[in-house]
Ligand binder design. Structure first.
Ligand code: ZN
Length: 368
């Protein structure tokens, strides 16, 4: 029932509207227009002011015409860079982008799949459950838009986020939480030739701290990495400062905390040993979510995918999405595929078949 040509056409139009993170205003305006043209009321919050973005989160609340529970559907409007001047084209079974940009299927595929399902409902006058739509800004680089969502406006207790790769039948039932550690190791400068014994080398202290850290793959659900280790100075000065930015991820909140504490302890111990000073700040970016494979929400999505003829895979993710924040705020949300492949690279492309199926799955669940 989905209008496949219209789905693809709308997608091509959306990706041609530049919307790198913090520049979502124009694409939001287009989406709002499309929702209003369908006769729906749209609400926008003021998240952009807090996040220094020109866009805001977009909400659409559609009363149900049957007795089913409300369901939230969500996708994000911003893209990573390089995302300006995208020129999409169809290459066989895929939509690709010309030139040196991403495609922006992450996450305009998710948005378009939802919009097309709504258009189909409207033109066929299909009975449907109460539907709550949330299109967020500033997802990339920290899930910041969704953190500003006005959750009191939402009544749905279950939701589906379309922001993953592959088929919609690839259901992300687990996603890790993440912390970011910002640390400065402060040594003591001294002339490296005349009086090195009076200095404390921040580089040596920080290097020992990192050497003592368990990093990279910690266990099946926990990882950690140093992203920045920065010290620039003259060779004749004992290094006074190292800046470190690191992350930890885990699908276990306890392990996430333990790993983060461990990394801080390694830094603190090395500083104490040599008399250096440690300044640090830990940002809990988001918490993990884990849904039972037998959970009724998962079962519902599974049954719909099977009905459409898709093979269901319930998979853990290595990264967070808006779904993490929805779960943190009492909405049982899972992330499913919307057809994108190689997201966050200039080779990003969209698998048209998976994309169409994503819209079919959304329509099916909306009309249950
Ligand atoms: Zn995304």
């Amino acid at each position: 029932m989905i209008n496949q040509n219209r789905l693809i056409k709308t997608f091509m139009e959306y990706v041609q509207i530049d919307s790198e993170t913090k520049n979502e205003r124009r694409v939001a305006e287009r989406i709002i227009k499309d929702l209003k043209d369908l006769g729906f009321e749209v609400y926008t919050d003021r998240a952009g002011e807090k996040l220094n973005s020109n866009g805001n989160n977009v909400y659409c609340f559609i009363p149900g015409s049957n007795e089913s529970d409300a369901m939230m559907f969500s996708a994000h409007m911003d893209t990573v860079t390089p995302g300006n001047g995208i020129a999409p084209y169809i290459d066989d079974d895929y939509i690709k982008s010309k030139g040196d940009t991403i495609l922006g299927g992450d996450d305009k595929a998710g948005i378009t799949a939802i919009i097309e399902a709504l258009k189909t409902i409207k033109e066929n006058n299909l009975p449907h459950r109460p539907i709550e739509i949330v299109f967020t800004i500033c997802e990339e680089g920290g899930l910041n838009g969704v953190k500003e969502v006005e959750f009191s406006k939402l009544t749905a207790k279950k939701g589906i986020v379309l922001d993953s790769g592959g088929s919609p039948s690839h259901i992300i039932t687990e996603a890790p939480g993440q912390t970011t550690i910002y640390a400065n190791v402060i040594g003591k400068p001294s002339h490296a030739g005349a009086s090195p014994e009076n200095g404390i080398s921040a580089i040596m202290v920080a290097a020992e701290a990192v050497e003592n850290m368990k990093l990279l793959r910690i266990d099946s659900e926990t990882t950690a990495n140093i992203g920045t280790f920065k010290a620039v100075g003259a060779t004749n000065i004992v290094s006074p400062l190292v800046e470190i930015v690191a992350e930890a991820r885990s699908r276990s909140t306890e392990k996430l905390k333990n790993q983060t504490d461990h990394m801080i302890k390694c830094l603190q111990d090395a500083c104490d040993k040599y008399g250096a000073k440690l300044e640090y700040n830990v940002e809990y970016c988001y918490y993990s979510y884990i849904l039972d494979h037998e959970d009724e929400h998962i079962k519902l999505i599974e049954s719909v995918c099977e009905k459409i003829g898709l093979e269901v895979k319930k998979i853990p993710s290595g990264g967070g999405s808006d779904a993490n924040i929805f779960n943190q705020n009492g909405i049982k949300a899972v992330n499913i595929g919307a057809g994108m492949e190689l997201a966050h690279t200039t080779d990003e492309h969209l698998n048209i078949k998976d994309f169409i199926n994503a819209s079919k799955v959304v329509l099916e669940i909306m009309t249950m």
